[in-house]
Design a protein around this ligand. Structure first.
Ligand code: SER
Length: 337
């Protein structure tokens, strides 16, 4: 019999590292993590890590010959700013990688007549508000509203959502309630902030960058204007959401794509929280026209009522608590040592 395993792709990324840490605390879960980069040593000992390319089909064929993969957390992606520099590569990774794993999960579900759970983090980037007037007038869009992304990453995520719905409901036009269909669940993340890692290649990065710079006593030039506002979430809540949506009873899930959010801040409000804890922080604003356009296209907040209703989504950290209890104490420790 093949050994049961949970697969986490993009494991060396920000969400990946936090998820590996949390899932490895669950007993009796064999975790196979994957990334093009190695894991930091303190995490590497907790899982079976494979350094490999998400597009390497033979690698996945070898994996399923040895393991019964019951859960896939497919996190590997090129983020929104990076993807604008390399749109073809972004498409290959973000769409090709997702497609490859969905196909694998669909085949495995069909073969063992038991659905593989496929957890996909989508993003606020799936929205495109069209104008600042629309953004102001529609601060909390529902999942299906304003789905007009202006970035390659946003287009890729929106299509990844659509593919997930296809593979879990319509694959080969099998019947909806067929037990061989994979079980696809997706959350749309806002900007994420970790105390332990710094993001790279995203557009919401100005928030975490501002905070990490202040903790190191470095000046920071924010690449969006003071009034630019989107929603954010502390990393522990992001990981909790993935685990919660994965373990929710299927009959409770009325949707497959869920907005989730924790708190919405303008860049200036973000800076105020930073300065409250690091009064000497030097923060200036040098708006980058391209990255500003991207942030302007994302909503101020998202309507996450469906997630709250269907699977009890309720973030632990609002802005106040995120800064004072999670971010600042842990970031201080990180840079003091
Ligand atoms: N944080 C991501 C980015 O900025 C959005 O999901 O690309």
């Amino acid at each position: 019999m093949r050994k049961k395993a949970t697969l986490i792709t993009g494991a060396a990324g920000e969400v990946g590292q936090a998820l590996v840490e949390r899932v490895s605390q669950q007993e009796n879960t064999h975790i196979i993590s994957m990334d093009i980069k190695p894991l930091p040593p303190e995490l590497d000992s907790k899982v079976q890590h494979i350094v490999g390319d998400i597009l390497d089909k033979s690698l996945f064929n070898r994996l399923v010959s040895e393991y019964d993969i019951t859960h896939i957390y497919h996190l590997a992606a090129l983020l929104s700013t990076s993807a604008e520099y390399q749109p073809m590569l972004a498409h290959d990774i973000n769409v090709g990688g997702t497609m490859q794993l969905l196909q694998l999960a669909a085949e495995q579900s069909e073969w063992k007549r038991n659905p593989v759970k496929f957890i996909f983090p989508s993003s606020v980037a799936a929205f495109g508000m069209g104008s600042l007037e629309n953004k102001a007038a529609n601060p909390r869009p529902q999942e299906w509203e304003w789905n007009n992304p202006i970035t390659m990453y946003g287009c890729n995520k929106l299509y990844g959502e659509t593919l997930g719905i296809y593979y879990s409901n319509h694959y080969k036009q099998l019947a909806d309630d067929n037990p061989t269909m994979l079980d696809y669940r997706c959350v749309r993340f806002p900007g994420l902030i970790s105390a332990y890692t710094v993001p790279s290649g995203g557009t919401s990065d100005y928030g975490p960058e501002m905070l990490h710079a202040a903790a190191q006593g470095k000046p920071y030039a924010c690449f969006v204007r003071e009034s630019a506002a989107i929603s954010f979430m502390a990393m522990p809540d992001a990981v909790t959401s993935l685990i919660q949506v994965a373990s929710a009873p299927r009959e409770k899930l009325k949707h497959q794509i869920y907005n989730i959010t924790a708190f919405s801040l303008s860049a200036e409000e973000f800076a105020e929280y930073v300065k409250k804890h690091f009064p000497d922080a030097e923060i200036t604003y040098e708006s980058d026209i391209n990255r500003q356009r991207i942030i302007d296209s994302w909503p101020i907040d998202m309507n996450d009522d469906a997630a709250r209703r269907d699977w009890g989504w309720n973030p632990d950290y609002d802005a106040e608590r995120a800064f004072s209890e999670y971010l600042v104490p842990n970031i201080r420790k990180r840079y003091e040592s």
